[in-house]
Ligand binder design. Structure first.
Ligand code: MRU
Length: 367
C-alpha cells in the first residue's frame, strides 16, 4: 500500500540481491526505519523481536530466512537447523510452519548447489502469493461492505478491527484491511475504529499509522470501547485477522478478539474474520484446547513506550514495582461466534464442511 503516495511492501529482496529488506515495526509509528537481514540469525531475531509480525508476514520472513541460511550453508544439517531455529521464533501463527514446510519441500530433494537458488525462488513466490491472496480476500470482503453501504444510503460504513491485520501484517494489502482499502479506493465512505490492542498497541501504533498514510478515515479507541459503540449502533461490521483457524472454524487471534466477538454477538453486529488459506490448520479442531498460546514477557504489560512532547522516545513503567503480570498474546474465538470467514475463495461459514469444501487440497485426509 502507499506511504505518502509511494507504493511500499513490508519485505523485499534488496536491489543487490544479497539481503532482505524489512520495515522495523518496533519503531513505528514515530520512526520509519528499514533494516537489512543478511543471515539466519537476523531473520530469526526479526520475527522473535517482532520487527516483523502478523501471521502472513511471519511466514514470508521465515521463507526468506531459510534462503539466507542455505546461502551460507546448503547442507542437510544446516537445512534442519534453519527449520528448527525459525519454527521456534513464535508458536501461535501457523503460517510460520506452513511457510517452512513449503520451503523444505522446495529444496529437500535438490543438490546442495541448487538449494539456495530454489529457496530464493520459493520465498519470492510465497511473498507474491500472499499479495494475490490478500487482493482476492479484499474483493470478496468488499461485497460485504458494499451491501452495508447500500442499506445506509451513502452514510459512512463503520468497521471495527482489532490488532493489526493490515498490510504491515502481510506482504501487502493486509487481510482484514484489504476490503477496507478497496472500498476506500473506490470512493466509498468507510471509517475504521482501530482497537489500540494492549499490551503492544498494534492497533494504535500500526493500524492507525497505515490507515492514516493511505488516507483512510479512522479513530483509535481504547480496547474496552467496542462494546459501547456496538450498543449504540456505531459499528456496522467487525473484521479481524487471525493467526490460526482450526478445521472446525475456531479462530485464534490477538488477545481481546474473543471479547469483541462476544460483544458483537450480543449486539447482532456481524463478526467476520479475514484469512489466507495458509492460516488454516487442518490438524487441529478445538482451538481452545489445541492451539498453543504464546506468552510473552512482563515488560510488554508493565511498560509503555511513546513520544514525549519534545520528540524523545521514552519508555515508562505503568504498574507498581513487584506486581506480577500475565501476558497471553492470543485468544480463541469459537466458530459459533463467527459470522463468516473471508478467504481468497469466497466468504465461508465457519465450520468444518465449508472449510473442507473450499480447500480440499489442504484438508486432505485430516478430516
Ligand atoms: O503478535 P502479532 O502482532 O504478530 O499479532 C498479529 C495478529 O494477531 C493479527 O491479527 C494476525 O496475525 C493476522 S495478520 C493478517
Amino acid at each position: 500500500m502507499k506511504i505518502d503516495g509511494k507504493p511500499t511492501r513490508t519485505i523485499w529482496l534488496e536491489a543487490d540481491g544479497q539481503g532482505v529488506g524489512i520495515i522495523d515495526q518496533t519503531q513505528l509509528p514515530h520512526r520509519f526505519v528499514t533494516l537489512r537481514l543478511t543471515d539466519l540469525a537476523d531473520a530469526a531475531h526479526a520475527i522473535k523481536s517482532m520487527q516483523v509480525r502478523g501471521a502472513p508476514l511471519i511466514g514470508a520472513a521465515a521463507a526468506y530466512g531459510m534462503w539466507l541460511a542455505l546461502r551460507a550453508d546448503a547442507s542437510d544439517e544446516a537445512l534442519e537447523r534453519a527449520y528448527t531455529v525459525l519454527l521456534a521464533t513464535r508458536p501461535t501463527a501457523i503460517n510460520l510452519k506452513w511457510a517452512l514446510d513449503e520451503m523444505l519441500a522446495a529444496v529437500r530433494n535438490r543438490s546442495r548447489a541448487e538449494r539456495a537458488a530454489a529457496a530464493l525462488s520459493r520465498a519470492g513466490e510465497i511473498a507474491e502469493e500472499d499479495v494475490a491472496i490478500n487482493q482476492a480476500i479484499g474483493r470478496n470482503g468488499l461485497k460485504l461492505i458494499e451491501e452495508i453501504a447500500a442499506k445506509k444510503n451513502g452514510e459512512r460504513v463503520n468497521v471495527l478491527t482489532h490488532c493489526n491485520a493490515g498490510w504491515l501484517a502481510t506482504v501487502d494489502w493486509g487481510t482484514a484491511t484489504a476490503p477496507i482499502y478497496m472500498a476506500h479506493d473506490k470512493g466509498m465512505p468507510v471509517h475504521v475504529y482501530a482497537d489500540e490492542t494492549r499490551p503492544r498497541n498494534q492497533g494504535a501504533s500500526l493500524t492507525a499509522w497505515e490507515l492514516g498514510h493511505h488516507g483512510v478515515p479512522h479513530t483509535v479507541i481504547p480496547d474496552n470501547t467496542g462494546g459501547h459503540l456496538m450498543q449504540h449502533g456505531l459499528v456496522d461490521i467487525v473484521i479481524v485477522g487471525t493467526d490460526r483457524v482450526t478445521a472446525q472454524g475456531d479462530v485464534c487471534n490477538k488477545i481481546g478478539t474473543y471479547l469483541k466477538a462476544l460483544a458483537a454477538a450480543d449486539n447482532k453486529v456481524p463478526f467476520y474474520v479475514a484469512l489466507p488459506s495458509p492460516t488454516i490448520d487442518f490438524t487441529v479442531s478445538d482451538g481452545v484446547a489445541e492451539i498453543p498460546i504464546e506468552q510473552r514477557g512482563a515488560d510488554e504489560v508493565a511498560m509503555m513506550s511513546g513520544r514525549t512532547k519534545d520528540g524523545r522516545i521514552e519508555t515508562v513503567q505503568i504498574i507498581p514495582d513487584g506486581s506480577p503480570v500475565a501476558n497471553y498474546a492470543f485468544d480463541v474465538t469459537p466458530a459459533r461466534l463467527v459470522t463468516g470467514l473471508i478467504t481468497e475463495r469466497g466468504v465461508l461459514a465457519a465450520n468444518r464442511e465449508a472449510l473442507a469444501k473450499a480447500f480440499p487440497e489442504r484438508a486432505g485426509n485430516k478430516l
